[in-house]
Ligand binder design. Structure first.
Ligand code: ARG
Length: 652
């Protein structure tokens, strides 16, 4: 039973007598769980805006709503409080009845959706041939949690890892392989050698690009500095708000330029200090152009490059699979960009035939209303683009799976690309499909800047997983003072705790905001962390172990739940809210609504555990009832975490 939804449903009838149908939903959204038990279990705040709108007293409106509300089976007669709040308190008997149903319900109150939709979820989608880095964690973890949640609700979900396996990075390793390879190293560990080649080529390209940009950047810095000091003088001692804002944005711009200049200078001095790489840089001055030429040859079907690509790709794929395995992430399909390459010409032809695209400056463009720049689908030199592949992908997915929705879990910087892509796809005929860019913010370091290693490199994903596991091991060892777990068990628990911490800390932030990465925070035993929820789960299990409770027999017995103590009732209420929490994730594609819920549930359990002795309850009825509450809590925690791709352990 979706409790909040049910309550809102009941309110919709009386509201329909007051406002137009279109105006009901926003009013229903003002019915929420109460922040404080003294205002009941749920509170409706819709009478206040209604009073204003209808020119009547909100308290009277509230009374009118209540008089028409049919809700006696769930709760006591709602009360009007303060200026016109409607407080709803569930009947204890009704709660007991509902909880009792959960005991035998493997879905924990979640009814499978009656009209399932088909979702294609495009997530993770790294560019292979370069190691996965911290930037990939968010898409991977959020996408996986959404797939699991939508499936659990009863939808058909097709996950597709749209690998970048056809882009410039292959031109880079092909170039690297042709010029710089170490044969022995490649034979021993191909992927290690390929990553080295990638990094080397990247460095040489950055060096030349940096050198080419440097003087321009220096000039720009001088210009901006002059402008800034001019404006500072003009602004005087006490600049107004607007001027302050202008000055700040100028300073930010200047800081960005200085940062870029400094990173170029560092790179230049590093290259100059290393004669070997210095010579390579000299000998490969045209590297950027040649890399593009290698990529173009690959795309045109050149035999040698094609063979190299076929040789490299399995190594690259195996490399990322290792990461997915550790994170317990599977895809239904991994149709990378290369899968679509021979469909791209037809896409462009189709746009041209239909008069939806036209040539401008030699490039084939789709002009869209509301956008400053067109969407280019073929470049002047004949090359296709990221956007062309995405259009071919949409066509293929539509034909193959006939989905209702396509979700793209990709960072916010690609927002404009997706806005244009979706608009183009709609005009192309995919207008009944729901397209969603599930955008997310950046992972930041403790300095508030994008998370980098001390030397300024991006942080590799595997290293991150290793570190999370090793820090988790510290936590486990500290907690294992009674040495209940042997070494091997500690290692096993550390894996579960480490991966859980990493995933949860990512999922628990509102996805659209940036967040600061911190191992200490994510592994804290207190606070909104996986570790805290996993610990609550382990506690439920340890009660059964200590009390030698036969859980199956307990569930089968005719124990009646009791919600006499306020902590028992509060926990019971929270357990009944699980379906709403899961459904809310799907409404807005926000896994943090589920982490919030699990944190609250773990808190309610902690309060209950403090206030209500379980194994030492004063009578057998309470003992049995409390054991059943522990069992339900454990099951909801385990299931809720599983929807986020997080495992639990019985002891930690
Ligand atoms: N490979 C791309 C990148 O790393 C992300 C792909 C996202 N999916 C898509 N269909 N465009 O930026």
């Amino acid at each position: 039973m979706y409790l909040l939804r049910e309550i809102r449903r009941r309110f919709s009838a009386p509201l329909a007598t007051l406002v137009n149908n279109d105006d009901i939903d926003p009013l229903l959204e003002m019915i929420l769980s109460s922040q404080d038990a003294k205002f009941g279990d749920y509170q409706a705040n819709c009478a206040m805006p209604l009073g204003k709108r209808l020119g009547e007293s909100p308290r009277e409106i509230a009374q009118r709503i209540i008089s028409q509300l049919e809700i006696d089976d769930l709760c006591q007669t709602p009360e009007v409080a303060g200026p016109g709040f409607i407080n709803v308190s569930l009947h204890d008997d009704w709660m007991v009845q509902q909880l009792q149903k959960l005991v035998h319900d493997p879905e924990l109150g979640i009814r499978k959706i009656s009209q399932p939709r088909t979702y294609v979820v495009d997530f993770s989608s790294p560019n292979v041939a370069k190691p996965m880095h911290v930037g990939h964690i968010r898409s991977t973890v959020i996408g996986d949690a959404l797939c699991r949640t939508l499936r659990f609700l009863g939808h058909r979900v097709i996950s597709d890892n749209h690998l970048g396996d056809w882009g410039t990075q292959f031109g880079m390793i092909i170039y690297g392989y042709k010029h710089f390879r170490d044969e022995t190293a490649y034979a021993a560990k191909p992927i290690v050698e390929l990553s080295r080649l990638y990094r080397l080529v990247r460095r040489l390209m950055d060096f030349h690009e940096g050198c080419a940009d440097l003087s321009g950047i220096k000039q720009e810095i001088e210009k901006q500095q002059a402008l800034l000091s001019q404006q500072e003088t003009a602004a005087g001692e006490k600049p107004n708000k607007h001027t302050k804002k202008q000055l700040r944005s100028l300073r930010d711009k200047l800081d960005g330029l200085i940062e870029r200049r400094d990173s170029i200078l560092t790179l230049v001095s590093e290259v100059e200090a290393d004669p070997q790489i210095g010579t390579l840089a000299e000998d490969h001055a045209d590297i950027a152009r040649n890399v593009l030429a290698e990529t173009a040859k690959l795309h045109e079907g050149d035999n040698e490059n094609r063979e190299l690509w076929e040789q490299f790709l399995p190594h690259c794929r195996a490399d990322i699979q290792r990461v997915y395995k550790r994170l317990d992430i599977q895809f239904d399909h991994e149709l990378g960009e290369s899968f679509y390459h021979d469909r791209l010409g037809a896409v462009v032809d189709n746009f041209e035939e239909r008069g939806m695209a036209r040539v401008s400056d030699g490039a084939v463009c789709v002009f869209l209303e509301g956008f400053d720049t067109p969407m280019i689908i073929r470049k002047q030199d004949g090359a296709f683009l990221y956007a062309t592949t995405d259009l071919a992908t949409i066509a293929f997915r539509s034909e193959t799976w006939n989905p209702d929705a396509m979700l793209y879990v990709v960072d916010h910087r690609q927002g404009e690309h997706f806005d244009k892509l979706f608009e183009t796809a709609r005009q192309w005929g995919h207008d009944s499909l729901e397209f969603q860019h599930i955008s997310f913010g950046t992972v930041l370091g403790s300095d508030g800047k994008p998370f980098k290693t001390r030397s300024g490199d991006t942080v590799g994903l595997e290293g991150l997983l290793d570190e999370a596991e090793s820090k988790a091991l510290d936590v486990v060892l500290q907690n294992n003072l009674g040495a209940e777990l042997d070494d091997q068990q500690c290692q096993q628990v550390a894996k579960v705790v480490g991966m859980g911490a990493l995933k949860y800390s990512d999922l628990s932030h509102n996805r659209t905001s940036d967040y600061v990465f911190s191992y200490d925070k994510m592994l804290s035993l207190r606070g909104n962390t996986a570790t805290y929820c996993q610990y609550a789960y382990a506690r439920t299990q340890s009660i059964f172990a200590r009390g030698e409770v036969d859980v199956d027999a307990l569930r089968q017995s005719s124990v009646t739940l009791r919600l006499h103590e306020s902590a028992e009732r509060r926990l019971g209420l929270e357990l009944l809210r699980f379906p709403d929490a899961v459904a809310s994730v799907a409404d807005d594609y926000r896994p943090n609504l589920l982490t919030n819920y699990l944190f609250e549930l773990a808190n309610c359990f902690a309060t209950f555990f403090e206030a209500c002795p379980v194994l030492k309850a004063v009578n057998e009825e309470d003992r049995q009832s409390r054991l059943l509450l522990c069992d339900l809590t454990g099951r909801v925690l385990r299931q809720g975490l599983a929807l986020l791709g997080i495992d639990v352990v019985d002891k930690m």
